[in-house]
Design a protein around this ligand. Structure first.
Ligand code: UGA
Length: 441
């Protein structure tokens, strides 16, 4: 089938590569000419395991191509996926300007029937709005064409985006049209083989399913972070509690890891956008407000801990930071807890020596060259001349470090662990002062 994908971010690029991999002819369009040039050279603008190879395969087989030409992308394909960003505006509402720009291009250039699919995370009602926008534009130009717009939200995770997209646990298709549903079934045939994953529904329910999924996951995390705070107060260990509650299959082990707060481009934005949407409809979303507020508090926790232990004048202190990305296997620092820590240390006059297996570049781009930030080539180098160590991301490389080396390098054998990687009893035996999250024993 012929598919055009608008937007070459995480969702668009991964989806384009995956569709080409199963034999669809895919054009991926982006307005950013520099990005498109890089992609034509198989240079992926972010780190995502397995993606570069898949793009290379797609281009070698001539099934995948990149363009900046919206007209070409609209006219070449029957199925047009909108995968552009929906960043949060200052009031928390999702900014739909990129989505509507694509809708305008579609209206302008289409000359035959098209099915448009919104894959970007969009507020409930957007799919209808896109359809109305395109149809009105067509009518006002006197063109006798009709467009059908479906909602098909994406659930991939950064760091495992290719695998998630290849084996989705559900394929949500919001459409009122039996014909469009059949066509979508055709597009997803290769991903729907062993058991039925397609869940047809109306467009609004599809849009809300996406927000509700992310909000539920964010709620689990904030709930656990609140339990961790309580565990500290009552001198219990949240890691025992986590395993204890996870054994109940109604609760489950997934997404109940306490930590230094959720980050990334989705949860923070989507919780706020859903809260805003609820308020627009006259409902005060008390749970979502609490989820967001708890997360903000949690993100400040590591910096507060460092200050509580080392004092609020850090001008003679250097803090080693392991992990900058918002989670492992990505170089993404959007809304990352490490930023709250680093900026907190700076605001109290301290210096940072940081290492991340992938995100050093993103950090340099974010903060530029500055005297109070050293980006190091290894986790060991980050320890050199530092007073204490803070862990922000649970990269595999941090799970079993050489603790004797840590003790030798740090002026104080002091670890603040935002991801509960180590055993407090072992730390005590080693003579390392250790602060995890929710480990009140
Ligand atoms: C999230 C969802 O998991 C995807 O299903 C969704 O498609 C995506 O948002 C999106 O809307 O595009 P992602 O942002 O890539 O994916 O990352 P997650 O793996 O969900 O992690 C988000 C944050 O939660 C990270 O900062 C992570 O450290 C934190 N987290 C996760 C915890 O603190 N505890 C946990 O138990 C799990």
């Amino acid at each position: 089938m012929n598919i055009s994908i608008f937007g070459s971010g995480y969702v668009g690029l991964v989806q384009a590569a995956i569709f080409a991999d199963v034999g669809h002819r895919v054009i991926c369009m982006d307005v950013d000419a520099g990005r498109v040039d890089r992609l034509r050279d198989c240079d992926v603008p972010f780190f995502e395991p397995g993606l570069a190879q898949m793009i290379r395969n797609g281009m070698d087989s001539k099934l995948l191509s990149f363009t900046t030409d919206a007209k070409e992308a609209v006219q070449a394909s029957d199925y047009l996926f909108i995968c552009v960003g929906t960043p949060a505006g200052s009031d928390g509402a999702a900014d739909l300007s990129y989505v509507m720009q694509v809708a305008s291009s579609i209206a302008r250039y289409m000359s035959s029937r098209k099915v448009v699919i919104t894959k970007s995370t969009v507020p409930v009602g957007t799919t209808d709005q896109v359809e109305a926008h395109i149809n009105e534009a067509l009518q006002s130009q006197g063109r006798n064409l009709q467009v059908e717009v479906a909602s098909n939200p994406e659930f991939l995770k950064e760091g495992s985006a290719v695998a998630d997209c290849q084996s989705p646990d559900r394929i949500i298709i919001g459409t009122g049209s039996a014909r469009v549903l059949e066509e979508m079934r055709g597009i997803y045939r290769a991903f729907n083989r062993n058991h039925e994953k397609i869940m047809p529904m109306d467009t609004r329910s599809a849009e809300l399913t996406k927000y509700a999924s992310n909000a539920m996951l964010a709620t689990k995390i904030s709930f656990m972070n609140e339990m961790a705070t309580i565990a500290e107060a009552v001198r219990a260990d949240i890691e025992h509690v986590r395993r204890g509650i996870g054994a109940d299959p109604r609760i489950g082990y997934h997404f109940i890891y306490p930590g230094c707060g959720y980050g990334g481009s989705c949860f923070p934005k989507d919780v706020r956008a859903l809260k805003h949407l609820a308020e627009q409809h006259g409902h005060r979303a008390t749970i979502l407000t609490a989820v967001h507020d708890t997360n903000q508090r949690q993100k400040n926790k590591l910096a507060e801990r460092v200050m509580a232990r080392l004092g609020s004048d850090l001008s003679d202190k250097t803090i080693a930071v392991w992990g900058l990305s918002f989670k492992p296997n990505t170089d993404d620092m959007r809304e990352a807890p490490s930023r709250y820590l680093i900026e907190g240390i700076w605001s109290y006059g301290g210096r940072v020596r940081a290492f991340d297996p992938q995100a050093n570049g993103a950090c340099r781009e974010l903060y530029g060259e500055r005297g109070d930030l050293a980006l190091c080539g290894s986790k060991e180098e980050a320890l050199q001349g530092a007073d204490a160590l803070v862990i922000c991301t649970e990269w595999k490389a941090f799970w079993s470090p050489d603790f004797e080396l840590i003790k030798r390098e740090l002026s104080l054998p002091l670890i603040f662990d935002g991801r509960n990687l180590y055993n407090p009893a072992q730390m005590e035996e080693l003579g390392i002062e250790y602060y995890g999250i929710g480990r009140g024993l």
